[in-house]
Design a protein around this ligand. Sequence first.
Ligand SMILES: Nc1ncnc2c1ncn2[C@@H]1O[C@H](COP(=O)(O)OP(=O)(O)OP(=O)(O)O)[C@@H](O)[C@H]1O
Length: 252
Amino acid sequence: MAAQLHFNNVTLGYDRHPAVHHLSGEIRSGTLLAVVGPNGAGKSTLFRGIVGILKPLAGAIDRRGIDIRDIAYLPQTADIDRSFPISVFDFVATGLWRSSGPFGGIGRAARPKIAQALAAVGLSGFENRTIGTLSGGQTQRMLFARVLLQDARVIVLDEPFNAVDARTTADLVALIGRWHAEARTVIAALHDIELVRASFPETLLLARTAVAWGPTAEVLTAANQAEARRMCEAFDDGAPACAADTPPSRAA
Ligand SMILES: Nc1ncnc2c1ncn2[C@@H]1O[C@H](COP(=O)(O)OP(=O)(O)OP(=O)(O)O)[C@@H](O)[C@H]1O
């Protein structure tokens, strides 16, 4: 399989403070990849880089010709403004922006597609509820419905099973399995290591940089996980960019 995403010595961060350092490697088209690592390991930061919200401080992410709009992104629920007065139907419909444009409106032909996406995640009947009235698990299902509608080649899921019960998790894992069978590239940040072992063939273990990356069983060894914890605990959040990343200051 050809590479779908290529990372060339990528450093990503905020206000010049790096959160992901010197990541190099590639994700092949059709890969089902889990990204795991302790809190603050840089998983969300990496995803923001992949979907183009965050520009690399150094290095480059090559998306091999696909448009950023052909990447579906499920952010952490905490990043969603649930107080926004929008219905579940209209929220899920935003998954069609790629084809309709932000002001395109929902055409007649789109309505059954939206209804199908809601049915696929078990949310039929919730169309007219405002998003703030949904439970955590229902909100997660709604986010999956939007991704489903987007019909993207690359799907990036940031902690998709947060606050989700076992049945909903099983339903959504089955949906991810379908995407994988359709040869889409799926990348998900997860904390449930047993779920990763059971359902994700490949894993990137991140601790600000890649600790290990490859077949899940080879990556998720006790030694690698201990190393990731140690590296995250040792990290100084206030540290400046690496000398190698800092542009040379002009001589006086
Ligand atoms: N908007 C921001 N501005 C400044 N620093 C940030 C911002 N977002 C994240 N960080 C910092 O970047 C580092 C990596 O955070 P990130 O959210 O990518 O980690 P994560 O692996 O997704 O963690 P978690 O498992 O807790 O969700 C952390 O030290 C965090 O405090």
